[in-house]
Design a protein around this ligand. Structure first.
Ligand code: UDX
Length: 432
């Protein structure tokens, strides 16, 4: 099939590469000329396992192309995916400027019988806005359909998630109205769930808000563990063994970050308030998450007798492991909090240092974890990259000015840390 993906961001790029690899002819469009030049030269601007190989292979095979021209990308495409970003506006609501403009530009080149699919996360009603724009701007006499198909892929496992989604949500008037989409997804052999467009849009916000709720919930239970002398690891084991609850999204830590959970929870909370039904549970989820870093900085301050003039080694800057993405990263928020308190920061991250330097020039960026730790008054684990789990702890202890580790992601065992002579502060575990 011939398809077009508008937006070469994390979602658009992964989709374009995966669908090309499944044998489709894919044109990926973006307005960022520099980004496209890099992609054509096989320099992939995101850190995502497996994506570079897919892009190389499919460009070489002539199935994947990158362009800035709507006429070239959209004409003859059976499906046009809109996968541009929908950032949070100053009022907390999703800003639809980019998707409006993409819909308008694409509409003029749509061919008869083609389908426009909204992949971007848009508030309920966003699909109708896109439909109006498409209908108003497509060539007269052409029949075009608009559907919604929210994306649930996670950064760091995006290729695998895109190939094997738990389900594909399709918002449309009926399955018969979107035969192209059914054909495109058929090779994945995953459940397709059809519903109306508004419901499909709400599924995306509800899913992300529900997962965020689990994280804030478990973080609150972790706080309770510290107050009550319980151990969060044991509590999670017992809780997660209930099949109604399960184990996913119950890792306690510094809170959730990234380009989706903070943005989508804020958007749903503000849309709910606007609709006259305040979503108080969700507001509490957001507030609990907001308090994570200030609370952690306070604990550090208390344990170290103040942070002014102290040197802190911070391992991990990306919002989670296996990505270079620092958008709404709790690790970045932590570094800012430490700097505000007068600490000096020595930082290391396997992939996110270039992006971190742009927003935070103050820390000393180090080539590895050991160099970051050298002479520091304390070490903090801010993002749980695998390479931090297997560090030589004796070496770290000897490099530290004093053997104190604050583990915001619970990657080490308290008993082992105590045996090695560390003062070890982690999340929701006793003794601490
Ligand atoms: C998320 C959704 O999972 C995905 O379906 C949607 O399409 C985009 O948003 P992503 O932002 O890539 O994906 O990250 P995810 O792995 O879900 O983690 C989000 C945040 O929650 C990270 O900051 C992570 O560290 C945190 N998290 C996750 C926890 O603190 N505890 C957990 O148990 C799980």
């Amino acid at each position: 099939m011939r398809i077009c993906v508008v937006g070469a961001g994390h979602v658009g790029l992964v989709m374009a590469a995966v669908f090309a690899d499944l044998g489709n002819q894919v044109a990926c469009l973006d307005i960022d000329k520099e980004k496209l030049a890099s992609l054509r030269a096989s320099r992939v601007p995101i850190f995502e396992p497996g994506i570079s190989e897919l892009i190389d292979r499919n460009q070489a095979a002539g199935r994947l192309s990158f362009t800035t021209e709507y006429a070239e990308a959209v004409s003859d495409s059976e499906i046009v995916f809109l996968a541009v970003d929908t950032p949070t506006g100053s009022d907390g609501r999703a800003d639809l400027k980019n998707i409006r403009s993409a819909a308008e530009s694409a509409a003029a080149h749509l061919s008869d019988g083609s389908l426009v699919v909204v992949k971007s996360t848009v508030p309920v009603g966003g699909g109708s806005v896109v439909r109006e724009i498409v209908e108003a701007n497509c060539p007269p006499g052409k029949r075009v359909e608009v559907a919604s198909c929210p994306e649930f892929l996670r950064e760091g496992s995006a290729v695998a998630d895109c190939l094997k989604p738990d389900r594909v949500i399709i918002g449309c008037s009926s399955p018969e109205a979107v035969p192209q989409l059914v054909r495109l997804y058929a090779p994945l052999e995953r459940p397709l769930i059809f519903m109306d467009v508004n419901s499909a849009e709400l599924v995306k916000y509800a899913a992300n808000s529900f997962l965020a709720m689990r994280i804030s919930f478990i973080n609150s239970i972790a706080d309770l563990c510290e107050q009550m002398g319980a151990d969060i690891a044991q509590v999670i084991k017992g809780l997660g063994a209930d099949t109604r609850i399960g184990r996913h999204y119950l890792s306690p830590g510094l809170g959730y970050g990234g380009s989706c959970f903070p943005k989508d929870t804020a958007a749903l909370a503000s849309a709910s308030a606007e609709a006259g039904c305040r979503f108080e549970v969700l507001e509490a989820v957001i507030e609990t998450n907001r308090q994570r870093i200030p609370g952690f900085v306070e604990r550090m301050k208390a344990a170290l007798g103040g942070l002014e003039g102290k040197t802190i080694a911070v391992l991990g800057l990306s919002f989670k492991p296996d990505t270079e993405d620092i958008r709404d990263s709790k690790a970045i928020e932590l570094v800012s909090g430490l700097l505000e308190q007068g600490a000096e920061v020595r930082a290391y991250d396997p992939a996110a240092m270039d992006s971190a330097r742009v927003v935070l020039p103050e820390p000393t960026y180090c080539p590895d974890a050991y160099e970051a730790t050298r002479g520091a008054d304390a070490l903090v684990i801010a993002t749980e990259w695998n390479e931090f789990k297997l560090l030589d702890l004796e070496r770290l202890r000897d490099l530290l000015h004093q053997p104190i580790v604050f583990d915001g992601r619970n990657i080490y065992q308290p008993d082992r840390m105590a045996t090695l002579g560390f003062q070890y502060v982690s999340v929701g575990r006793c003794p601490h």
